[in-house]
Structures are given as structure tokens and as C-alpha cells.
Write a protein that binds this ligand. Structure first.
Ligand code: ADP
Ligand code: MG
Length: 226
């Protein structure tokens, strides 16, 4: 059984796209997948394309409110960092309970477990803890998602250094082509790769079309979970 944490350099970068592509492809290759979005902000249960709904659909499950609540126990309506949203809703994330939630799912899983973070590597989760603290406590290898916009190189390498500083192993870097990027995806991936240890795969994810078809059109990336 393998467990991976999908993190990113920030919000809106492509984490859910990568998650859903991985879920779909792992399932298609005959694996069972447990997919979690434990902490979600900006959550609207009626939005058919909220992260929890997209993730469930990519696992071949109908996104009922009960199932969304199962994979995303810490839900916040405000589109803010979890720490800010939790303060507004007076419902802080309990790190110990969060780590236990992930581990309990991993204990029951037979093949792959994927958990998507919220925001970027250093997004605040509580008043004094970040996503990085969560990843460190969990100890799962990370799949880092970055972009190809001007400035993305520094963001990806900073995120890598932050992960390394806490002993979080980087399983792969996925460079997700940014919308209207002025920098080439291949050049960005090649430049980033030079600064990473050679064993870490750098995967290019080009722009892919069709709102609902997005994850269906992703190139094969499930091998990064092997
Ligand atoms: N390579 C891509 N091609 C097309 N659309 C993309 C791509 N990467 C991200 N998107 C779109 O950008 C938006 C933000 O991506 P998402 O995966 O939700 O980011 P995150 O989970 O990091 O917040 C979504 O609408 C998603 O479909
Ligand atoms: Mg997301």
C-alpha cells in the first residue's frame, strides 16, 4: 500500500487536477484508490465541481453530501486559508485528529491512498501550524504541483527546500502549465529539474481542455505513484 500527499506551490495551481488524474488512472490500472481532501475551504456542498465532488467522481463515485463529508471532514465555507476560515467559523483543525484521520484511512486501504492538501506547502492550517507541519507529522511522500508562469521556478524550488528541511520526501514534481503562461512548459520543467536530485521525476502537465473532461484528458502520470 502506498500513500501520497498532493501539495502545491499555492492555491489554484492544479493539485485537484493532478489528484483526479491520478485517481482515475490508478483505478483504470486495476488499483483501488482512497482519495481524501481532509481540509477544504471555500466549500459549497451544492457546487458539483468542488474539490471533494471532483475527487469522488474521478474515483467513479457519485458525490453525495455524506460521501463528501466522509472524505473532507474539515469543511469551511469561507474561501480563505484554513486557519482564517476556521477562526471565522470557530472550528479549528485539530492536527492530531487530522493525522489520525489520514492514518486510519491508510490502515484500511489495500493499494493507494492520496490526500490533497489545501493551498500551498506553507499555508497556515491552524494559528501556529502549516501544511508542512501536517506533512511532516504524517510522513507520506509528497507530490508537489507547480506552474509554468514567470516566477514559478523560485516557488517550486522554495517549496522543495521547505519539504526537504522537514524530511518530507519528494516523490515527484508535476509542472502544470499555467493559463496564458508566457514561459514555455518544457523550459520551466527542464530548468527546475537541474536543481533537483536526479532521482526525482519532473512531469509536465500541459493545458488540457473541457471543464468536465479535464482529468479524462490528462497524460499518463499514475506511474509516479509506483
Ligand atoms: N493543465 C491544466 N489545463 C487546464 N486547466 C487546468 C490545468 N491545471 C489547472 N487547471 C484548472 O485551473 C483551476 C485550478 O486548478 P485546481 O486543480 O483546482 O487547483 P488547486 O487544487 O491547486 O487549487 C481548475 O479549474 C483546473 O481545472
Ligand atoms: Mg484543490
Amino acid at each position: 500500500m502506498s500513500s501520497f500527499f498532493i501539495t502545491g506551490t499555492g492555491t489554484g495551481i492544479g493539485k485537484t487536477l493532478v489528484m483526479t488524474a491520478l485517481c482515475r488512472q490508478l483505478k483504470a490500472s486495476g488499483k483501488t484508490v482512497t482519495a481524501l481532501k481532509p481540509v477544504i475551504s471555500g466549500y459549497d456542498p451544492k457546487d458539483k465541481n468542488n474539490d471533494a465532488a471532483l475527487i469522488l467522481k474521478s474515483c467513479g463515485l457519485a458525490p453525495s453530501p455524506a460521501l463528501m463529508e466522509t472524505i473532507a471532514p474539515w469543511r469551511y465555507a469561507a474561501p480563505l486559508s484554513p486557519s482564517m476560515a476556521a477562526a471565522k467559523e470557530n472550528n479549528p483543525v485539530d492536527m492530531q485528529a487530522l493525522v489520525k484521520f489520514c492514518r486510519d484511512h491508510a490502515a484500511l486501504a489495500s493499494d493507494a491512498v492520496l490526500a490533497e492538501g489545501a493551498g500551498g506547502v506553507m499555508s497556515p492550517l491552524t494559528e501556529n501550524e502549516t501544511m508542512l507541519d501536517w506533512m511532516e507529522a504524517l510522513g507520506w511522500p509528497a507530490i508537489l504541483v507547480g506552474g509554468s508562469y514567470l516566477g514559478a521556478l523560485s516557488h517550486m524550488l522554495s517549496a522543495f527546500e521547505a519539504l526537504k528541511s522537514r524530511g518530507v520526501r519528494l516523490q515527484a514534481l508535476v509542472v502544470c502549465e499555467s493559463e496564458r503562461s508566457t514561459v514555455s512548459l518544457t523550459d520551466t520543467a527542464t530548468a527546475t529539474e537541474r536543481f533537483l536530485p536526479p532521482a526525482i521525476p519532473v512531469v509536465k502537465l500541459p493545458r488540457i481542455g473541457g471543464k468536465d473532461a479535464l482529468w479524462k484528458n490528462a497524460p499518463p502520470i499514475h506511474w509516479i505513484c509506483e
